[in-house]
Design a protein around this ligand. Structure first.
Ligand code: FAD
Length: 512
């Protein structure tokens, strides 16, 4: 059977595109875990849209452009901010119920937003509320979903993507599926790092698959580290949302000093990269592996009701955030770069679209404004669906000065642990040329490990490693070449922003 559209991924972007294209013909969703195994489910703070009485899309746009540190694509960002309120209405139609106070939508504030414009659901369970509503709508719409089905290769004919090869993780069978168009919606790549807020699906597969198929990838050196993830022996780095600082919680160092005013005029609500680096410096000065987030002064707020997910997680770890400061440290969180697309979600390869965290639409530039990412998935997901409805359209044009890179999906860097620790040490919050060069060498030299294909987990590991390895090399190379600091990319050896040489994107393509 030939599908009208194959969507790879079942987070917000994949399910939204599937729902919006279902009237065009049969749609197939392939996803490597269960349907709700994704980053989306974990999103806490909310989704940004200028819907408040004092707000306007122009103000949202201005904040987005400032956060992106000179590299935001103004057209794409304008689309994001202008179309955001209409996409909120779509989500409500699909069953998402945003929090209200006395019948009026409740708007939170996050770092570097000039207005309260973060809609949330279930307090701090926004992502889970969205994922549940979209999964339910997908089932109701009788869209075909193959879970535990890992996309391993894009099938191409005459320069056009025509389908997907996928591995059924339970049976071990490889299958080929064909469609008029394929949409990659595979999410981010936090699992390339030792410490991450991302779940284990976030291995960057779609970016590597698109690159292998000849699509351009861009801005891979820009990675956002969330400043405040729980840092507790034996506990995963659970995210403590910025919204907690938005409500007045304060970061303190080992001496109890509220240090952020020393680093930025916005203090605890400074941009994420500034806060993450400040924390690293405070930890280094005190030889500590964490600082603390102090919520004990949030008088007059029912912290447990406003942040039920965070409260109950911390409580489960023996921390009552109402009375005890939470130990936190930065963790890999969000990939700004990815598969380069135009404003309709088209990649540079015919028949191939990308949407969500795996895509690089240009709206985030060098640094994402908090809560713009969920909105980006639906704004550009809608546009992917609109483009598909128009029928045959040309791919996005190739970049004239793209760097032709030789990286292939060979799994050269070895196991997940090696990749993660190399990336954390060399391509993390603070970078320098010496460590980046050494990491690139090691990522390219390590002999491939051979896995034993005898269970679903090992099958998945072996396949994921190929993509992780090539993506890690591309990210390292991009970070090494950018000899300046900007947004989510900080070089100790080039601490200044160099607009003259570097106010531009690095685009990679594999012409093999
Ligand atoms: C803890 C946390 C908190 C966050 N909080 C916020 C927030 O408050 N506001 C905000 O705007 N953003 C937030 N983000 C970011 C936001 O959640 C993500 O950017 C967004 O959910 C990405 O959606 P997506 O659909 O692109 O990817 P995902 O939701 O990650 O979905 C990717 C899908 O692709 C599937 N997949 C991957 N590879 C393959 C493959 N090879 N074959 C088949 N399937 C595959 C996965 O299984 C998954 O179903 C947060 C992220 C995290 C981790």
């Amino acid at each position: 059977m030939k599908y009208r559209v194959i969507v790879i991924g079942s987070g917000i972007s994949g399910l939204f595109v599937a729902l919006e294209t279902r009237h065009l013909g049969p749609v197939l969703v392939l996803t490597k875990g269960s349907i709700d195994d994704c980053n989306t489910k974990w999103a806490q703070g909310g989704i940004a849209a200028a819907v408040g009485a004092l707000d306007s899309f122009e103000q949202h746009l201005a904040d987005t452009i400032v956060a992106g540190a000179g590299l935001v694509d103004a057209d794409a960002a304008r689309i994001l901010c202008e179309e955001a309120p209409a996409r909120i209405a779509d989500l409500v139609q699909y069953g998402v119920s945003f929090d209200e106070i006395e019948g009026v939508v409740s708007l939170g504030k996050e770092a570097a937003h000039g207005q309260n414009r973060i809609l949330h659901a279930g307090g701090d369970r926004t992502g889970a509320a969205i994922e549940t509503a979209l999964s339910f709508s997908t089932q109701q719409a009788e869209i075909t979903v193959f879970d535990y089905s890992l996309a391993t290769r894009l099938l191409a004919k005459d320069g056009r993507v025509v389908g997907v090869e996928a591995l059924d993780l339970q049976s071990g069978q490889r299958e080929e599926y064909f469609a008029d168009a394929v949409v990659i919606a595979t999410g981010g790549a936090g699992q390339l790092y030792d410490y991450t807020t991302n779940p284990d699906i976030a291995t960057g597969d779609g970016i590597a698959l698109a690159f292998e198929a000849g699509a351009e990838v861009s801005d891979l050196e820009f990675y956002q580290f969330h400043p405040t993830a729980l840092r507790l022996e034996g506990a995963p780095p659970f995210l403590i949302s910025e919204a907690v600082r938005g409500e007045g919680a304060v970061l303190r160092n080992a001496a109890g000093d509220a240090f952020m005013p020393r680093y930025h005029k916005l203090a605890d609500l400074a941009p994420r990269d500034v806060v993450a680096r400040a924390i690293v410096r405070e930890m280094r000065a005190a030889s500590a592996d964490h600082v603390v987030l102090d919520c004990t002064g949030l008088h007059g707020m029912d912290v447990a009701a406003r942040f039920p997910g965070i409260y109950s997680y911390c409580h489960g770890q023996g921390i009552d955030m109402r009375t005890t400061p939470i130990p936190v440290a930065p963790a890999a969180h969000y990939m700004m770069g990815g598969i380069r697309t135009d404003t309709m979600g088209r990649t540079t390869v015919a028949g191939l679209y990308a949407c969500g965290e795996c895509a690089c639409t240009g709206v985030h530039g060098a640094n994402r404004l908090a809560s713009n990412s969920l909105m980006e998935t639906v704004v550009f997901g809608k546009r992917v669906a609109e483009d598909l409805a128009r029928g045959e359209t040309p791919p996005a044009p190739q970049t004239a000065d793209a760097i032709v890179a030789p990286e292939v999906l060979d799994g050269a860097a070895g196991d997940h642990t090696t990749i993660r620790s190399l990336m954390w040490d060399a391509v993390g919050i603070e970078r320098d040329g010496t460590r980046l060069r050494a990491a690139l060498e090691r990522l390219s030299a390590t002999a491939p490990e051979t896995g034993i294909n005898d269970d679903a987990r090992t099958r998945r590991d072996v396949e994921e490693r190929r993509g992780m390895s090539s993506l890690a090399r591309l990210m390292t190379r991009a970070a090494l070449q950018r000899e300046e600091s900007r947004g989510g990319h900080y070089r100790r050896d080039f601490p200044e922003t160099d607009d003259l040489r570097w106010k531009r994107h690095q685009v990679f393509r594999n012409d093999a």
